[in-house]
Design a protein around this ligand. Structure first.
Ligand SMILES: Nc1ncnc2c1ncn2[C@@H]1O[C@H](COP(=O)(O)OP(=O)(O)OP(=O)(O)O)[C@@H](O)[C@H]1O
Ligand SMILES: [Mg+2]
Length: 286
Protein backbone atom coordinates (compact mmCIF):
# COMPACT_ATOMS: atom_id res chain seq x y z
CA UNK A 1 0.00 0.00 0.00
CA UNK A 2 1.15 3.53 -0.75
CA UNK A 3 2.49 5.48 2.19
CA UNK A 4 0.05 8.18 3.27
CA UNK A 5 2.19 11.22 2.53
CA UNK A 6 5.33 10.25 0.64
CA UNK A 7 5.86 13.82 -0.55
CA UNK A 8 6.52 16.42 2.11
CA UNK A 9 6.42 20.10 1.26
CA UNK A 10 8.04 22.79 3.40
CA UNK A 11 8.13 26.43 2.40
CA UNK A 12 10.76 29.17 2.49
CA UNK A 13 13.70 27.32 0.97
CA UNK A 14 14.08 25.33 -2.19
CA UNK A 15 15.39 21.78 -2.32
CA UNK A 16 14.49 18.27 -3.42
CA UNK A 17 15.46 15.09 -1.58
CA UNK A 18 14.94 11.75 -3.29
CA UNK A 19 15.58 8.79 -0.97
CA UNK A 20 15.45 5.13 -1.97
CA UNK A 21 12.81 5.71 -4.64
CA UNK A 22 11.72 2.92 -6.96
CA UNK A 23 9.14 2.52 -9.71
CA UNK A 24 7.42 -0.57 -11.05
CA UNK A 25 5.62 -0.35 -14.41
CA UNK A 26 2.03 -1.55 -14.75
CA UNK A 27 3.28 -4.77 -16.39
CA UNK A 28 5.36 -5.57 -13.29
CA UNK A 29 8.72 -4.58 -14.79
CA UNK A 30 10.91 -2.64 -12.42
CA UNK A 31 11.98 0.60 -14.09
CA UNK A 32 14.44 1.67 -11.37
CA UNK A 33 14.91 1.18 -7.68
CA UNK A 34 16.69 2.67 -4.69
CA UNK A 35 17.40 6.00 -6.39
CA UNK A 36 18.71 8.62 -3.98
CA UNK A 37 20.04 12.11 -4.60
CA UNK A 38 19.59 15.65 -3.36
CA UNK A 39 19.13 18.92 -5.19
CA UNK A 40 20.35 21.39 -2.58
CA UNK A 41 19.45 25.05 -2.48
CA UNK A 42 20.52 26.74 -5.70
CA UNK A 43 21.99 23.51 -7.11
CA UNK A 44 21.69 22.46 -10.73
CA UNK A 45 21.33 18.69 -10.95
CA UNK A 46 20.93 16.91 -14.29
CA UNK A 47 19.21 13.58 -14.93
CA UNK A 48 20.71 11.71 -17.87
CA UNK A 49 20.13 8.32 -19.47
CA UNK A 50 18.99 6.67 -22.68
CA UNK A 51 15.47 6.92 -24.08
CA UNK A 52 13.05 4.95 -21.94
CA UNK A 53 15.36 4.73 -18.91
CA UNK A 54 12.83 6.45 -16.64
CA UNK A 55 13.93 10.09 -16.42
CA UNK A 56 10.49 11.56 -17.11
CA UNK A 57 8.92 9.03 -14.74
CA UNK A 58 11.31 10.08 -11.98
CA UNK A 59 10.59 13.78 -12.60
CA UNK A 60 6.86 13.10 -12.50
CA UNK A 61 7.29 11.38 -9.14
CA UNK A 62 9.17 14.40 -7.80
CA UNK A 63 6.44 16.69 -9.22
CA UNK A 64 3.74 14.66 -7.46
CA UNK A 65 2.07 13.52 -10.71
CA UNK A 66 2.89 9.88 -9.97
CA UNK A 67 2.64 8.20 -6.56
CA UNK A 68 5.83 7.43 -4.66
CA UNK A 69 5.19 3.86 -3.58
CA UNK A 70 8.69 2.92 -2.43
CA UNK A 71 11.12 5.40 -0.93
CA UNK A 72 10.34 9.05 -0.27
CA UNK A 73 10.52 12.44 -1.94
CA UNK A 74 10.86 15.55 0.21
CA UNK A 75 10.53 18.92 -1.38
CA UNK A 76 10.65 22.48 -0.13
CA UNK A 77 9.74 25.69 -1.92
CA UNK A 78 7.40 26.63 -4.74
CA UNK A 79 7.60 24.19 -7.61
CA UNK A 80 7.61 25.07 -11.32
CA UNK A 81 7.43 22.24 -13.83
CA UNK A 82 8.17 22.20 -17.53
CA UNK A 83 6.97 18.91 -19.00
CA UNK A 84 8.63 17.16 -21.92
CA UNK A 85 5.71 17.74 -24.34
CA UNK A 86 6.16 21.53 -24.33
CA UNK A 87 7.53 22.25 -27.79
CA UNK A 88 5.13 19.74 -29.34
CA UNK A 89 1.79 21.28 -28.38
CA UNK A 90 -0.46 20.82 -31.41
CA UNK A 91 -3.97 21.52 -30.14
CA UNK A 92 -5.90 24.78 -29.80
CA UNK A 93 -4.71 25.62 -26.27
CA UNK A 94 -4.28 29.42 -26.15
CA UNK A 95 -1.04 30.94 -24.91
CA UNK A 96 -2.91 32.34 -21.88
CA UNK A 97 -3.68 28.77 -20.76
CA UNK A 98 -0.07 27.65 -21.17
CA UNK A 99 1.10 30.67 -19.16
CA UNK A 100 -1.36 29.89 -16.36
CA UNK A 101 -0.44 26.19 -16.33
CA UNK A 102 3.12 27.23 -15.46
CA UNK A 103 2.08 29.65 -12.70
CA UNK A 104 1.89 28.84 -8.96
CA UNK A 105 -1.41 27.07 -8.03
CA UNK A 106 -3.21 30.05 -6.37
CA UNK A 107 -2.55 32.26 -9.38
CA UNK A 108 -3.58 29.45 -11.73
CA UNK A 109 -6.87 29.01 -9.86
CA UNK A 110 -7.59 32.76 -9.87
CA UNK A 111 -6.79 32.95 -13.60
CA UNK A 112 -9.10 30.06 -14.43
CA UNK A 113 -11.88 31.63 -12.38
CA UNK A 114 -11.39 34.96 -14.14
CA UNK A 115 -11.44 33.36 -17.60
CA UNK A 116 -14.68 31.50 -16.77
CA UNK A 117 -16.31 34.65 -15.34
CA UNK A 118 -15.24 36.66 -18.39
CA UNK A 119 -16.75 34.09 -20.77
CA UNK A 120 -19.97 33.98 -18.70
CA UNK A 121 -20.40 37.75 -18.74
CA UNK A 122 -19.97 37.84 -22.51
CA UNK A 123 -22.72 35.27 -22.91
CA UNK A 124 -25.07 36.81 -20.38
CA UNK A 125 -24.28 40.36 -19.19
CA UNK A 126 -26.75 40.15 -16.28
CA UNK A 127 -26.05 41.91 -12.96
CA UNK A 128 -25.29 38.57 -11.32
CA UNK A 129 -22.64 37.70 -13.92
CA UNK A 130 -21.20 41.22 -13.76
CA UNK A 131 -20.80 40.91 -9.99
CA UNK A 132 -19.19 37.47 -10.35
CA UNK A 133 -16.80 38.95 -12.91
CA UNK A 134 -15.92 41.89 -10.62
CA UNK A 135 -15.24 39.43 -7.77
CA UNK A 136 -13.08 37.24 -9.99
CA UNK A 137 -11.13 40.31 -11.09
CA UNK A 138 -10.54 41.32 -7.46
CA UNK A 139 -9.37 37.75 -6.62
CA UNK A 140 -7.00 37.85 -9.62
CA UNK A 141 -5.45 41.05 -8.28
CA UNK A 142 -5.12 39.62 -4.77
CA UNK A 143 -3.40 36.50 -6.11
CA UNK A 144 -0.73 38.65 -7.80
CA UNK A 145 -2.39 38.55 -11.22
CA UNK A 146 -1.29 42.04 -12.23
CA UNK A 147 2.36 41.27 -11.52
CA UNK A 148 1.91 38.07 -13.52
CA UNK A 149 0.51 40.06 -16.45
CA UNK A 150 3.64 42.24 -16.41
CA UNK A 151 5.73 39.04 -16.53
CA UNK A 152 3.59 37.57 -19.35
CA UNK A 153 4.00 40.81 -21.30
CA UNK A 154 7.78 40.83 -20.82
CA UNK A 155 8.03 37.22 -22.00
CA UNK A 156 5.67 37.71 -24.97
CA UNK A 157 7.75 40.69 -26.09
CA UNK A 158 11.02 38.77 -25.68
CA UNK A 159 9.90 35.59 -27.43
CA UNK A 160 7.35 36.81 -30.00
CA UNK A 161 8.09 40.52 -30.28
CA UNK A 162 4.47 41.36 -29.44
CA UNK A 163 2.66 42.63 -26.34
CA UNK A 164 0.73 40.11 -24.22
CA UNK A 165 -2.67 41.56 -25.16
CA UNK A 166 -1.99 40.77 -28.81
CA UNK A 167 -0.89 37.16 -28.33
CA UNK A 168 -2.72 35.85 -25.24
CA UNK A 169 -5.45 34.12 -27.29
CA UNK A 170 -3.06 32.81 -29.94
CA UNK A 171 -3.03 28.97 -30.13
CA UNK A 172 0.24 27.59 -28.76
CA UNK A 173 0.48 25.32 -31.83
CA UNK A 174 1.17 28.43 -33.95
CA UNK A 175 4.48 28.89 -32.08
CA UNK A 176 7.48 26.90 -33.28
CA UNK A 177 8.83 24.17 -30.99
CA UNK A 178 11.71 26.39 -29.91
CA UNK A 179 9.39 29.33 -29.24
CA UNK A 180 7.13 27.14 -27.08
CA UNK A 181 10.14 26.01 -25.05
CA UNK A 182 11.57 29.51 -24.77
CA UNK A 183 8.20 30.92 -23.69
CA UNK A 184 7.86 28.32 -20.91
CA UNK A 185 11.48 28.64 -19.81
CA UNK A 186 11.38 32.45 -19.65
CA UNK A 187 8.24 32.28 -17.51
CA UNK A 188 9.67 29.71 -15.10
CA UNK A 189 13.16 31.18 -14.84
CA UNK A 190 11.76 34.69 -14.27
CA UNK A 191 8.96 33.44 -12.00
CA UNK A 192 8.80 33.10 -8.22
CA UNK A 193 9.14 29.31 -7.79
CA UNK A 194 12.30 28.30 -5.93
CA UNK A 195 12.48 24.80 -7.42
CA UNK A 196 12.24 23.99 -11.13
CA UNK A 197 11.83 20.60 -12.79
CA UNK A 198 12.69 20.88 -16.50
CA UNK A 199 12.20 17.89 -18.78
CA UNK A 200 14.51 18.33 -21.80
CA UNK A 201 14.48 22.15 -21.71
CA UNK A 202 17.04 22.36 -24.52
CA UNK A 203 15.07 20.20 -26.93
CA UNK A 204 14.01 22.29 -29.98
CA UNK A 205 16.35 25.16 -29.06
CA UNK A 206 18.77 26.32 -31.73
CA UNK A 207 22.44 26.91 -30.89
CA UNK A 208 22.00 30.50 -29.64
CA UNK A 209 18.95 29.27 -27.68
CA UNK A 210 21.06 26.60 -25.98
CA UNK A 211 23.76 29.13 -25.09
CA UNK A 212 21.03 31.41 -23.69
CA UNK A 213 19.67 28.52 -21.58
CA UNK A 214 23.15 27.73 -20.26
CA UNK A 215 23.64 31.32 -19.16
CA UNK A 216 20.24 31.54 -17.53
CA UNK A 217 20.76 28.28 -15.65
CA UNK A 218 24.18 29.35 -14.46
CA UNK A 219 23.00 32.74 -13.19
CA UNK A 220 19.77 31.43 -11.63
CA UNK A 221 19.60 31.08 -7.85
CA UNK A 222 16.81 28.50 -8.15
CA UNK A 223 17.28 24.80 -7.39
CA UNK A 224 16.90 23.03 -10.73
CA UNK A 225 16.50 19.34 -11.57
CA UNK A 226 16.57 18.87 -15.33
CA UNK A 227 16.81 16.22 -18.01
CA UNK A 228 19.08 16.70 -20.98
CA UNK A 229 20.82 14.63 -23.65
CA UNK A 230 23.16 17.49 -24.58
CA UNK A 231 26.63 16.85 -23.20
CA UNK A 232 27.82 20.42 -23.73
CA UNK A 233 24.84 21.87 -21.88
CA UNK A 234 25.39 19.36 -19.08
CA UNK A 235 29.07 20.14 -18.82
CA UNK A 236 28.42 23.88 -18.77
CA UNK A 237 25.61 23.90 -16.26
CA UNK A 238 25.36 20.82 -14.02
CA UNK A 239 26.76 20.77 -10.49
CA UNK A 240 25.94 17.09 -10.40
CA UNK A 241 24.80 14.48 -12.91
CA UNK A 242 22.49 11.63 -11.95
CA UNK A 243 22.51 8.86 -14.54
CA UNK A 244 19.60 6.46 -14.91
CA UNK A 245 20.89 3.70 -17.13
CA UNK A 246 18.91 1.40 -19.40
CA UNK A 247 18.65 -2.26 -18.39
CA UNK A 248 20.58 -3.53 -21.41
CA UNK A 249 23.44 -1.11 -20.93
CA UNK A 250 26.33 -1.06 -18.60
CA UNK A 251 26.65 1.49 -15.87
CA UNK A 252 28.33 4.30 -17.77
CA UNK A 253 29.29 7.67 -16.44
CA UNK A 254 27.92 10.83 -17.95
CA UNK A 255 31.21 12.66 -17.57
CA UNK A 256 31.78 16.15 -18.87
CA UNK A 257 33.70 16.35 -22.14
CA UNK A 258 37.16 17.82 -21.63
CA UNK A 259 37.73 21.47 -22.36
CA UNK A 260 34.28 22.64 -21.44
CA UNK A 261 33.88 25.65 -19.23
CA UNK A 262 32.60 24.02 -16.12
CA UNK A 263 33.05 20.39 -15.22
CA UNK A 264 30.28 18.59 -13.42
CA UNK A 265 31.22 18.00 -9.81
CA UNK A 266 30.04 14.43 -9.70
CA UNK A 267 28.08 11.67 -11.32
CA UNK A 268 25.84 9.16 -9.60
CA UNK A 269 24.39 6.34 -11.64
CA UNK A 270 21.55 3.89 -11.27
CA UNK A 271 20.90 0.99 -13.53
CA UNK A 272 17.28 0.43 -14.41
CA UNK A 273 15.60 -2.85 -13.54
CA UNK A 274 15.37 -5.47 -16.26
CA UNK A 275 13.04 -8.45 -16.08
CA UNK A 276 10.04 -8.41 -13.78
CA UNK A 277 10.90 -8.87 -10.16
CA UNK A 278 14.65 -8.38 -10.41
CA UNK A 279 16.41 -5.81 -8.30
CA UNK A 280 19.27 -4.85 -10.49
CA UNK A 281 20.06 -1.42 -9.14
CA UNK A 282 23.74 -0.77 -9.35
CA UNK A 283 25.32 2.29 -7.88
CA UNK A 284 28.37 3.36 -9.81
CA UNK A 285 29.90 5.64 -7.21
CA UNK A 286 30.29 9.32 -7.62
N1 LIG B 1 1.90 3.48 -18.03
C1 LIG B 1 2.90 2.81 -18.61
N2 LIG B 1 2.74 1.56 -19.06
C2 LIG B 1 3.77 0.88 -19.64
N3 LIG B 1 5.01 1.38 -19.78
C3 LIG B 1 5.22 2.63 -19.34
C4 LIG B 1 4.20 3.42 -18.73
N4 LIG B 1 4.73 4.62 -18.39
C5 LIG B 1 6.02 4.60 -18.77
N5 LIG B 1 6.32 3.41 -19.34
C6 LIG B 1 7.63 2.99 -19.87
O1 LIG B 1 8.59 3.39 -18.92
C7 LIG B 1 9.81 3.66 -19.58
C8 LIG B 1 10.35 4.97 -19.08
O2 LIG B 1 9.63 6.07 -19.65
P1 LIG B 1 10.12 7.56 -19.45
O3 LIG B 1 9.19 8.41 -20.23
O4 LIG B 1 10.28 7.82 -18.01
O5 LIG B 1 11.56 7.51 -20.14
P2 LIG B 1 12.62 8.66 -20.37
O6 LIG B 1 13.89 8.24 -19.70
O7 LIG B 1 12.05 9.97 -20.00
O8 LIG B 1 12.83 8.57 -21.97
P3 LIG B 1 13.09 9.73 -23.07
O9 LIG B 1 14.57 10.04 -23.03
O10 LIG B 1 12.71 9.06 -24.36
O11 LIG B 1 12.22 10.90 -22.77
C9 LIG B 1 9.51 3.59 -21.07
O12 LIG B 1 9.99 2.33 -21.55
C10 LIG B 1 8.04 3.69 -21.14
O13 LIG B 1 7.52 3.03 -22.27
MG1 LIG C 1 11.48 11.65 -21.04
Amino acid sequence: MTADLPIREDFGVGYVDVAGVGYVLPDGRELFNDVSFRVGEGAKVALVGPNGAGKTTLLRMVAGDLPVVSGAVARAGGLGVMRQFIGMIGDDTPLRELALSLAPPPLRAAGERLAAAEAAVHEDPSDRKQIAYANALAAWGEAGGYDAEVLFDTVATLVLGKPWDEVRERPVRTLSGGQQKRFALELLLRGTDEVLLLDEPDNFLDVPGKRWLEERLRESTKSVLYVSHDRELLANTADRVVAVEGAARGCTRAASPPGTRRASRGTTSWRSGGAAGTRSTRSCAS
